[in-house]
Design a protein around this ligand. Structure first.
Ligand SMILES: *Cc1c(COP(=O)(O)O)cnc(C)c1O
Length: 360
């Protein structure tokens, strides 16, 4: 068996310890005589798994009691609709468009009400985060929406927008649990787990209780109401049980590593290895305004598409997988989530240096 360094943006690398543990428990989960995939979601064993996962997430993020944690399906993309369906009481919401995912969320919200694009960085291929200190927030906006870490472009909000008292809704799919967060600053935080937490199929929603009401847009399907899932502790119907189980293991792994403070230190150190090299390299350079750089997704280019393609190919042959940039941007992108060890980035940089020497 040999494992590669996987720089995929998602589904992405998971901690090896977690995968080993899951493998050990595959045939017989703790004396139940069955795998977690085979057990009833109403069983005592699974009840333990989901309760413990929720508690560990609450501990990691310091989630206050007046927020619910929901384990849902449909990916982050389903939240693009679920958010307006549940929160657009006035049918008005403000969107800050900093990439493709924010844009898709904005376009979806336009179906349900008046979505206002109050800021955008599309003029420069989403390579920066706009100044959000004094935006024209709509008086009757039900919420202000951001995508906090832009997976495709590699930008991150370092300060949250001034929402002038309006509820902040944030897509944290690609920066989930990468550093501490002050949950009280948000009305709703959500993310698909396949970027930085677990296997595809689970989306986690952390929502302040006062936002969970029966008062949703007419025609909202039962399955798309936050209230139904909150009232049933994410067990209204069969949840993505195995995915939740793996997420729970990742939460424990993060706790063992010292929680989110420690992850932030580690992630900063790891990203610095790559960014420092990009800043000094004569061949490669980063594509994002420095102050807006993401710790999780690092896009870079040589400026020559043929050379980019050759780099991706040679890197793959050397055991560095999934470095090709998103199809909408080109170039390269290294996603260096929590589970990517710093050695992976150091080895990548060593490989890039060698490539630079050979091709300059
Ligand atoms: C990947 C991603 C999505 C889409 O996730 P799906 O689970 O595939 O719907 C949305 N937002 C961000 C920030 C992402 O990185």
């Amino acid at each position: 068996m040999s494992r590669v360094y996987n720089f995929s943006a998602g589904p992405a690398v998971l901690p090896e310890e977690v995968l080993r543990e899951a493998a050990e428990e595959m045939l017989d989960y703790r004396g139940t005589g069955m795998s977690v995939m085979e057990m009833s979601h109403r069983s005592k064993a699974f009840e333990g798994i989901i309760k413990e996962a929720e508690q560990d997430l609450r501990d990691l993020m310091n989630i206050p009691d007046n927020y619910k944690v929901l384990f849902l399906q449909g990916g982050a993309s389903q939240q693009f609709a679920m958010i307006p369906m549940n929160l657009m009481k006035n049918r008005v919401a403000d969107y800050i468009v900093t990439g493709q995912w924010a844009k898709k969320a904005y376009q979806e919200a336009c179906i349900y009400g008046k979505a206002n694009k109050i800021a955008s960085s599309e003029d420069k291929t989403f390579s920066y985060i706009p100044d959000c200190s004094d935006l024209p927030i709509s008086q009757d906006a039900d919420y202000v929406y951001i995508c906090e870490n832009n997976t495709i472009y590699g930008t991150k909000f370092k300060t949250l927008p001034n929402t002038k008292g309006k509820t902040l809704v944030s897509d944290v799919s690609s920066c989930f649990l990468s550093e501490p967060v002050d949950v009280t600053k948000y009305g709703l935080i959500y993310g698909g787990v396949q970027k930085n937490i677990g296997p595809a199929g689970v989306v986690i929603v952390i929502i302040r209780e006062d936002l969970i009401t029966e008062d949703v847009l007419p025609g909202t399907p039962t399955m798309l109401k936050y209230k139904i899932h909150a009232d049933h502790d994410s067990l209204y119907n069969t949840p993505p049980a195995y995915g939740i189980y793996i997420c729970g293991k990742v939460f424990q792994w993060l706790k063992k590593r010292g929680g989110l403070e420690a992850m932030k230190v580690y992630n900063e150190k790891k990203a610095k290895v790559l960014y420092d090299y990009l800043d000094e390299s004569k061949l490669f350079h980063g594509t994002v305004r420095k102050e807006d750089r993401s710790l999780m997704n690092v896009p870079f280019v040589t400026g020559n598409t043929e050379l980019d393609a050759r780099f991706v190919k040679e890197a793959q042959a050397a055991g560095f997988e999934n470095l090709k940039g998103h199809r909408s941007v080109g170039g390269m992108r290294a996603s260096i989530y929590n589970a990517m060890p710093v050695e992976g980035v150091e080895k990548l940089v060593a490989f890039m240096k060698k490539f630079e020497e050979e091709n300059l």
